[in-house]
Design a protein. Structure first.
Length: 346
């Protein structure tokens, strides 16, 4: 087969670059860290914005022109990537939720011979642990305890526990199944909603029940915790509005690790103010960064996480594992893992 030319387009530690070289010893692996945006934190794939010198930009464009495979999207050439990288036939993303990004850039049409693969599964554990943190923190009254500590206020209270509660996970894929496994281990009843539940063994995915999207409204009254882990698609946009929040038991908790567009944020604020929703643990928002004037910042029963629940200092190792597996498949002409469906957006 033709020699692959792999360009690493976002920051990656040298040890992981060497793993890629070892996985494809006859490929040309191009890694020029001085031309990449430096990371602001571990596994930061967008990086700090920098301006390349004309000479650096010329070097970078020459690498893009040669590349047949990209490790990550080039965030410095989002608009003209199809033109500056005309030979790319496969892009391995470092994020799972790339569907809307690919749609906005119109890459499926502009790069019809290019395959896009997501990082689905890479972020499952940190996200599931964030959900578990949120559920445990809520029943053990973590937020009120922190607020009382800041006021130097000592007042004993009774929390509760998770055993016998019910969690409804919307978007029951790899993340959802791991949430289910962790929650079930604590005695929680797990209900899952996924786009295609037929023929799926619920028990094998650590769920007590699995349903399709049409059952959502009927399931909401059973949910002590509503966990949103679905991708942003035309079908999921705005799926949780005032009506859905009103269908929850009073005092239920919302945890959103999917996308901010899944929830009507104004309706959520109103439900939190009225007590219909007892707490919200949010990693994603309609507008990011969350605007300073958002009431969510100051609500005592809300945790605002800056879209960081998925990020781990182990992330790049896991992404490299996935890339090397897919690289072997690519070179053997076998189906790749996590191929993006540009119509379904995941």
């Amino acid at each position: 087969m033709p020699r692959d030319t792999i360009l690493i387009a976002s920051w990656l530690e040298p040890e992981h670059v060497e793993r890629i070289r070892a996985a494809a010893p006859d490929a040309d692996v191009m890694h020029e860290p001085d031309l990449l945006r430096p990371p602001r934190y571990a596994a930061d794939h967008k990086g700090k914005e920098v301006t390349r010198t004309p000479e650096q930009e010329e070097r970078w464009r020459a690498l893009l022109a040669r590349a047949t495979v990209l490790f990550d999207f080039d965030m410095t050439h989002v608009d003209d990537l199809p033109e500056v990288a005309p030979n790319v036939r496969w892009i391995q993303a470092t994020s799972a939720g790339i569907g809307q990004f690919v749609r906005r850039a119109d890459y499926a049409r502009r790069m019809p011979e290019t395959v896009f693969t997501t990082a689905s599964g890479v972020h499952a554990r940190p996200l599931a642990e964030f959900v578990l943190l949120s559920m445990l923190g809520h029943v053990r009254r973590l937020l009120p305890t922190v607020h009382a500590q800041r006021r130097h206020h000592w007042e004993r209270f009774a929390g509760t526990d998770l055993e016998g509660r019910t969690v409804l996970v919307v978007g029951y894929g790899r993340i959802g199944a791991l949430v289910g496994r962790m929650a079930a281990a604590l005695g929680v009843t797990v209900l899952g909603v996924r786009s295609r539940p037929d023929g799926t063994d619920a028990a094998a995915l650590h769920a007590h029940e699995l349903h399709g999207p049409d059952a959502l409204r009927d399931l909401l009254p059973r949910a002590d915790f509503l966990v949103l882990a679905a991708p942003h698609t035309d079908e999921t946009e705005g799926m949780i509005g005032a009506g859905e929040l009103a269908a929850l038991p009073r005092g239920a908790v919302v945890v959103n690790i999917g996308r901010g567009a899944l929830v009507d944020e104004a309706a959520l604020v109103a439900a939190l103010e009225s007590g219909q929703v007892g707490g919200a643990y949010l990693d994603v928002f309609e507008t990011e960064p969350l605007p300073p004037e958002s009431p969510l910042w100051d609500m005592p029963n809300v945790l605002v996480s800056p879209h960081s629940a998925s990020t781990s200092d182990r992330e790049n190792g896991r992404i490299t594992d996935l890339f090397c597996e897919n690289l072997g498949r690519w070179r053997a002409g076998e189906p790749l893992l996590n191929v993006l469906d540009p119509e379904r957006l995941y």
